[in-house]
Write a protein that binds this ligand. Sequence first.
Ligand SMILES: Cc1cc2nc3c(=O)[nH]c(=O)nc-3n(C[C@H](O)[C@H](O)[C@H](O)COP(=O)(O)OP(=O)(O)OC[C@H]3O[C@@H](n4cnc5c(N)ncnc54)[C@H](O)[C@@H]3O)c2cc1C
Length: 330
Amino acid sequence: MADVAVVGGGISGIACARALADAGLTVDVLDRGQRLGGRLAVQTLRDTGTPFDGRVVDVGAAYFTVSDPQFAAVVDDWVDRGKARAWTDTFHVADGTGLLGTKLGPMRYAAPRGLRSLVEDLAVALPSDLVSIAHPVDVESVDVTAEGAVIAGSTYRAVALCGPDPQMRAVMSGTTAADDALAHAPLWEPVLALTAVYDERTWPEVDGVFVNDDPVLSFIADDGRRRGDDAPVLVAHSTPVLAAGHLADPITAAPLMLGALDRIVARSEPAWFSVKRWTYARPAQAREEPCYFDGVVGLAGDAWDGKPRTEAAWLSGTALGQRIAAGISA
Ligand SMILES: Cc1cc2nc3c(=O)[nH]c(=O)nc-3n(C[C@H](O)[C@H](O)[C@H](O)COP(=O)(O)OP(=O)(O)OC[C@H]3O[C@@H](n4cnc5c(N)ncnc54)[C@H](O)[C@@H]3O)c2cc1C
């Protein structure tokens, strides 16, 4: 039996597994997805009636930014090997009627094969004699006993719950110290992601668009420019309020989202579209602490380490792996 179970194969869980393996511990990573990556998610286009079938589209995180030197080293390695690319530091701003101008910000990074490929790249590099990755495996419950954490009859010295608080709270059975930490979680906001595939580009040169003061859309990405192949594909993220009203049947939000996309940037009908639901897209804010560990149960993800974003998820998972290693090796 492995020393530690990591529930969640998103970027925080894989970073946690890396830190545990670096300390010589054995790890079982369990994820319920068909593929690893969590919210660094892609959709493969199929039956669109366009030449773009087989192409992947980023339907989760739109991009990531880098400020921490440790994460920067990981990103530099991706860039050197062609896995990630510096996309742009200039986004447009818009309101519900159209583009207003541009705004300079930090460099945003993307991945030619989609952001999920970066998590898969981290996972492939894990030492197979120490880390085993199983998916799809839906962890139904984690029981804390005097011996450790029990998952499906297997007892681990510790468990790392790496992902959205509501999803991780759902697997904890009984009342534990970690349950209390999860109960005081930040609010998690939903988002709908609309993918629209066009026959040709009909919009001005934009990379990403922050949409302000609009009840329907909050952000638009040009997926062709983001991924570097110039395919005429846009991805639009809804506001949390719009998503909350359409979670039961996301496709019913499509007319509103397409209408806003058309008004703000596209100026034409797509050849194909789909809508992806994220019930727990982002925490409204993140806790300042990098992670939580009570001796048996650990928590990590983008609701930790100060900023609710991809970089924080990697830092939080890494910090948790190091804390568990220090705690159970002592
Ligand atoms: C629409 C959208 C837009 C975003 N935009 C940005 C952005 O522009 N910039 C940015 O930096 N970040 C952005 N993010 C946030 C970014 O995606 C996250 O910060 C990051 O992916 C979090 O990684 P994680 O490993 O903490 O969680 P996740 O990626 O959510 O991983 C959790 C994993 O746990 C698994 N899991 C859950 N429950 C169970 C269970 N019971 N058993 C087994 N496995 C389970 C899930 O399958 C999942 O793979 C965005 C997210 C969304 C959804």
